[in-house]
Design a protein around this ligand. Structure first.
Ligand SMILES: Nc1ncnc2c1ncn2[C@@H]1O[C@H](COP(=O)(O)OP(=O)(O)O)[C@@H](O)[C@H]1O
Ligand SMILES: [Mg+2]
Length: 391
């Protein structure tokens, strides 16, 4: 990166490339605040990776904008992996695949896999609370996304999986999801809710439960016994999957720490997301998770900071547009453009300062320029990919 002449010289920081961040890795987790471009970047990175290093690359995307989904050839929602057809000139054996996370279907798969038998699985799936709870469960999306990642990684079908992360309140939620899931299954809350059923057994259930605690008597009157029974049955059945779930959550958590896994933190240069990204980088370090790359998305195009253009804009601002440059109206437009250019140049200066600061604690720092239009096809994803990972 070219730094402005006036800028104080900080210690030179060797900035490595995306190729180095990706080398030897099998999983890249794209995380960051909501709306910064995680989904877009994950897709662009997948396109770049398959072009640069070939192999079978899968991008697991979450809630992509409709047009992005179409660009990737995802016409229908669902958990199935779909192959994206690429143009000519690809490395031998290069394949790009895409899958979208379907939370409901993934939960059903998980229940079917962990239930002690088919009948129990069926009872869980038809329990009126099941869909509701798994949809609303805090971090249900986070957990299930990681769970799906784990499944895909273990299948051995892909050389590289790039995963987008769900829009959470805190990007950190994603990292904590497996531990929270394991905690939940061994929580006092779960034991407490299911207590009367466990004490009385199925047949004696209602008697045992009425006798258990005054709380249940009140709850029974207010909520109705069917509702309470549904709740208790749900959690009781869920608990039958306890061991499978806890083992699984631990395995999923271990995948985050695997040496083949790395993280890409995505951010824009706006203060709030940037702050969150710096926090996230620090948290990754604290948890001994690999900080693969920091992606600054939607930066100003490089030509804004071009010193010659800035000098010219300053001259026009000070002296007005030269008479020879056109009619009075035309000169007004030129002067307005010069002022606008200077405003953007000031923003670019802010961006450059942020970049210098970030470069000090990130090995791989790459930027994607703001695109004039929507990102709607493979060609525009490839263009973003070129910025992330130049040829
Ligand atoms: N570099 C960029 N230039 C222009 N628009 C962008 C860029 N990156 C992302 N966007 C747009 O910003 C919006 C949010 O991006 P998205 O990838 O869905 O963010 P996230 O997944 O983090 O919520 C989308 O409409 C996307 O097209
Ligand atoms: Mg997204």
């Amino acid at each position: 990166m070219v730094t402005a002449g006036r800028a104080k010289r900080t210690k030179a920081v060797p900035v490595a490339s995306m190729a180095q961040a990706v080398a030897g890795r099998g999983v890249i987790i794209c995380c960051g605040s909501g709306g910064v471009g995680k989904t877009t970047t994950a897709a662009a990175l997948a396109v770049a990776a398959v072009h640069r290093q070939g192999g079978r690359v899968l991008v697991l995307t979450i809630d992509p904008a409709r047009r992005l989904a179409t660009a990737l050839g995802m016409e229908s929602v669902g958990n199935a992996e779909t192959r994206v057809m690429l143009g000519k000139g690809m490395p031998a054996g290069a394949e790009l695949w895409v899958a979208m996370l379907d939370t409901s279907a993934s939960w059903d798969d998980l229940v079917t896999r962990h239930a002690p038998d088919a009948a129990t699985a069926q009872r869980i799936l038809v329990n009126p609370l099941y869909r509701n709870i798994t949809q609303r469960f805090v971090q249900s999306h986070d957990y299930i996304a990681l769970e799906r990642l784990y499944e895909l990684e273990r299948s051995g079908r892909y050389d590289l999986i790039i995963i987008d992360t769900p829009p959470s309140r805190h990007a950190l939620d994603f990292l904590d999801a497996p531990a929270r899931m394991a905690d939940f299954f061994s929580s006092a809350l779960l034991r407490w809710i299911t207590l009367p059923y466990r004490v009385g057994g199925e047949r004696a259930g209602r008697l045992g439960y009425l006798a258990a605690k005054p709380f249940y008597q009140v709850a029974d009157r207010i909520l109705g016994s069917q509702f309470l029974k549904d709740i208790a049955e749900f959690f009781l059945l869920f608990q039958s999957m306890y061991e499978g779930f806890v083992d699984r959550s631990n395995a999923v958590a271990a995948l985050l720490h695997d040496e083949r896994t790395t993280f890409a933190v995505i951010t824009t240069t706006e203060p709030a997301p940037l702050h969150e990204a710096e926090f996230l980088l620090a948290e990754l370090a604290k948890r001994k998770l690999r900080r693969g790359a920091l992606v600054l998305n939607r930066v100003l195009p490089a030509e804004i900071a071009d010193p010659a253009a800035v000098a010219l804009a300053r001259r026009i601002e000070a002296q007005g547009a030269p008479k020879s440059s056109g009619t009075v109206a035309q000169r007004r437009v030129i002067e307005a453009m010069a002022r606008t250019h200077l405003r953007f140049a000031a923003l670019a200066e802010h961006e450059a300062t942020a970049r210098r600061r970030l470069a000090a604690d990130t090995e791989v720092l790459v930027a994607i320029a703001e695109q004039p239009g929507d990102i709607t096809d493979l060609a525009s994803l490839a263009r973003l990919g070129d910025m992330l990972w130049p040829r």
